[in-house]
Design a protein around this ligand. Structure first.
Ligand SMILES: *[C@@H]1O[C@H](CO)[C@@H](O)[C@H](O)[C@H]1NC(C)=O
Length: 323
């Protein structure tokens, strides 16, 4: 039953992702039949240690693809493929390494295979340049530019991608994707339209975002935010002066710095904690001063078509939420 549910959620995820973000080409996106975790739960621990290499999940990579499991993925061009992208994702508390095993492309003829620390969709990046610890140029690793010197990349969050262009039939490359535990997750894209999460920012001067790329109903169940002891409790309208605070953002792209603010939560917050947000992307963002340990917990579920309809009808302006 759990397996069925999960499979269904994954299918739903791929479908929704196609519809809302990639706009078409759904036929290229497929589900990764069985995950290694599910397979492993059937095996003894002795056997488990020996199996990883032998049993590594392997399959061909498609020109537009989504990968949520570890394994080895091989792309072979049959015709020129000029604009391809593979999106990788893991659990919120994981990060991803991508390693080139073999690359046979014509770098001097304009081919490239480039890894990116994050996702790029419709020209926007996640995490946004503001929220990512590395400067933008360090987030790209182009196999051709690096003279094959850098053969792997470790992502800073639970998503990564590879984009590539190959002209010659028969050109190919293979890469291995692995997941690792990330003890301090900061920026996250949710793997599914339903779940719950607690975001904790350690004492770091760094903002963190949790992004849900579906229209959702979201419930902020608890927050504990560090604040300046002299903050006057009810005098100021916004949160900016208070210390750490939480922003709820919405919009249609994945760059959090381009989303519109829905509401801010800080110690003086008294508004609703349950909201229906009809945006393609909903983000919970912790703005951290670096002086406190702050935490926010929330749960979310997808909006059904009737709820979405209601939001559309109620909105005179072109914005995607109501209370
Ligand atoms: C965090 O976000 C706030 C508000 O968007 C911004 O003013 C601040 O510079 C950001 N902090 C860091 C470290 O990027």
């Amino acid at each position: 039953m759990r397996v069925m549910e999960r499979t269904f959620r994954q299918q739903l995820f791929f479908l929704l992702l196609c519809l809302s973000v990639l706009k078409g080409d759904c036929r290229y996106i497929e589900n990764n039949d069985i995950s290694k975790d599910e397979l492993f739960s059937l095996l003894s621990s002795d056997l488990r240690r020996e199996i990883p290499e032998l049993l590594m999940y392997r399959r061909p990579l498609r020109c537009l693809d989504m990968v949520a499991v570890e394994g080895q993925f091989t792309f072979t061009a049959e015709t020129p493929q000029l604009s391809c992208a593979a999106f990788f994702m893991a659990e919120p508390n994981e990060l991803i390494t991508v390693e080139f095993d073999s690359v046979d492309v014509d770098c001097s003829g304009g081919d490239f295979v480039t890894m990116f620390d994050g996702w790029v969709m419709k020209g926007e990046k996640f995490p946004s340049s503001q929220d990512h610890p590395l400067p933008l140029y360090e987030r790209y690793v182009n196999y051709c530019d690096s003279g094959a010197a850098r053969k792997s990349m470790r992502s800073s969050q639970n998503v990564a991608m590879v984009f590539f262009r190959v002209h010659g039939a028969g050109s190919s490359f293979a890469l291995t994707v692995r997941k690792h535990v990330n003890p301090f997750p900061c920026n996250v894209i949710s793997q599914s339209p339903e779940g719950s999460y607690t975001m904790v920012t350690p004492q770091q001067h760094r903002n963190c975002s949790f992004s849900i790329i579906y229209p959702v109903a979201i419930d902020i169940s608890e927050f504990s935010l560090g604040h300046h002891s002299n903050f006057p409790k009810r005098s100021l309208p916004g949160c900016a002066e208070s210390g750490d605070y939480v922003q709820l953002l919405g919009g249609s792209g994945i760059d959090t710095s381009k989303l519109l603010p829905i509401t801010d939560l800080c110690i003086s917050f008294t508004g609703p904690t349950h909201m229906k947000i009809g945006c393609d992307n909903t983000v919970v963002r912790m703005v951290s001063s670096g002086r406190f340990v702050s935490r926010v917990s929330f749960s979310y579920r997808p909006l059904d078509s009737q709820e979405l309809q209601t939001i559309k009808l109620n909105n005179v302006e072109d914005f995607c939420f109501n209370n």
